[in-house]
Design a binder for this molecule. Structure first.
Ligand code: ADP
Ligand code: MG
Length: 235
C-alpha cells in the first residue's frame, strides 16, 4: 500500500459546455494537510473543477481521484465536505439544529463543540439561520460543511459577499481547521485572500493553470496586474 500525500488529484481532466472549454487538460494535485487556493476571474473554471471533485459533474476526459477514490465514493464516505456557491437551510431552523442534522449524516462526525469553536459559531447556536448576517451565515455553512470531519474541505468562493472584518474572521477559522491536519481547497478571485489564507495558490484562467506556488512566488512570477484579471481575451 502506498502512502498518498495528495488529498485530490486531477490527471488530464477536461470539461466542456457546448463550445466552451470550462476546464482544459488540467493536471493538479491538492496537497494533504494544506490550504490550497484556486485563484481566477469569473469563468476561469473554478466551480467546474470543484464540481468534478465533488462528483457533481463528470469529466469529458481524464481522471479525478479523491483520497484514491472516485469523487462520488469519497463524498459518500464523508471524506469530503463542501461549501458550494448555492445551498440554503430551512428558514426557521436554529443553528444548533442545522449542525446536529449535518452531524447525523456522517459515521464519525466532528463534535458540536469543535465545530462551534473552529467556525466561530458558539454564540450563534440558538439563533435562527434566517436572522443571521451574511458573514455569520457563511460561518454556519462552514461548520455545516465540516460536520463530517472531512479530510478535505472544499469551499467555492466562500467570502464573496462579506466585508473585510467578516472575511478575516472566516479565514481565521479555516486556518485553525487546517492546523488540525486537514486539507482545504477554496476558490477566490482575490489575490490578497489567496495570499493570506492559503499555503499554495493555483492561478487559473480559461480552464487552465497559469501558475502555481506560494503567495510570494505568484506575486513575483505572475504579478499583480495579470492576477487582477481580465475576464475575456487570451491569457
Ligand atoms: P468560475 O467558477 O471560475 O467562475 P465556471 O467553472 O463557473 O468558472 O465556468 C467556466 C466556464 O464554463 C464559463 O465560461 C461558464 O460560462 C461555463 N459554464 C459553467 N457551467 C456551465 C453550465 N452548466 N452550462 C454552460 N456553461 C457553463
Ligand atoms: Mg464559480
Amino acid at each position: 500500500q502506498t502512502i498518498r500525500d495528495h488529498a485530490a488529484e486531477f490527471s488530464g481532466v477536461s470539461k466542456s459546455f457546448l463550445e466552451v472549454k470550462a476546464v482544459d487538460g488540467l493536471e493538479l494535485s491538492v496537497g494533504r494537510g494544506r490550504v490550497t487556493a484556486l485563484l481566477g476571474p469569473n469563468g476561469s473554471g473554478k466551480s467546474t473543477l470543484i464540481d468534478m471533485l465533488l462528483g457533481l459533474l463528470r469529466p469529458d476526459r481524464g481522471r479525478v481521484e479523491v483520497f484514491g477514490k472516485a469523487p462520488g465514493a469519497a463524498v459518500r464516505a464523508g471524506l469530503v465536505g463542501a461549501m458550494r456557491q448555492d445551498g440554503a437551510f430551512p428558514a426557521s431552523a436554529k443553528v444548533r439544529e442545522v449542525l446536529e442534522l449535518a452531524r447525523r449524516l456522517y459515521p464519525q462526525p466532528a463534535l458540536l463543540g469543535e465545530l462551534a469553536e473552529v467556525a466561530d459559531v458558539g454564540d450563534l447556536l440558538s439563533r435562527r439561520v434566517d436572522r443571521l448576517s451574511g458573514g455569520q451565515l457563511q460561518r454556519v455553512r462552514f461548520a455545516f460543511a465540516a460536520a463530517g470531519a472531512p479530510g478535505l474541505l472544499v469551499l467555492d468562493e466562500p467570502t464573496v459577499a462579506m466585508d473585510v472584518e467578516a472575511r478575516a474572521r472566516f479565514w481565521e477559522g479555516i486556518r485553525s481547521w487546517a492546523e488540525r491536519g486537514r486539507s482545504v481547497l477554496f476558490s477566490t478571485h482575490y489575490l490578497e485572500e489567496a495570499d493570506t489564507a492559503a499555503d499554495r495558490i493555483v492561478v487559473m484562467n480559461r480552464g487552465r493553470i497559469l501558475a502555481e506556488g506560494t503567495g510570494e512566488e505568484i506575486k513575483r512570477t505572475v504579478g499583480r496586474r495579470t492576477v487582477s484579471f481580465r475576464t475575456d481575451g487570451p491569457p
